[in-house]
Design a binder for this molecule. Sequence first.
Ligand SMILES: [Zn+2]
Length: 84
Amino acid sequence: MDERKEQKPPAGRRATLPPPSVRLSPVQEAWQRYVRHSLRLCDTCRRVDGSACEDAETLYADYQRIAHAAMDHVAGRAPLPDGQ
Ligand SMILES: [Zn+2]
């Protein structure tokens, strides 16, 4: 059996992670970090009352900063920061 073969999600569910060979954009990576934290890794964020923890707020702020920098770049208002 080929272990590199992609596993399919259970019926009725979509895959949540791209294949390992796919490189996400910096904006997508920042969003993925936030979603992974808040939906999977953090018990505080997963509470029914919807309260977010300080780490989630930081991850979301990072996502917004990276997304806004990308939009400014696309609009011709600013160069991308280093590493993007
Ligand atoms: Zn959290």
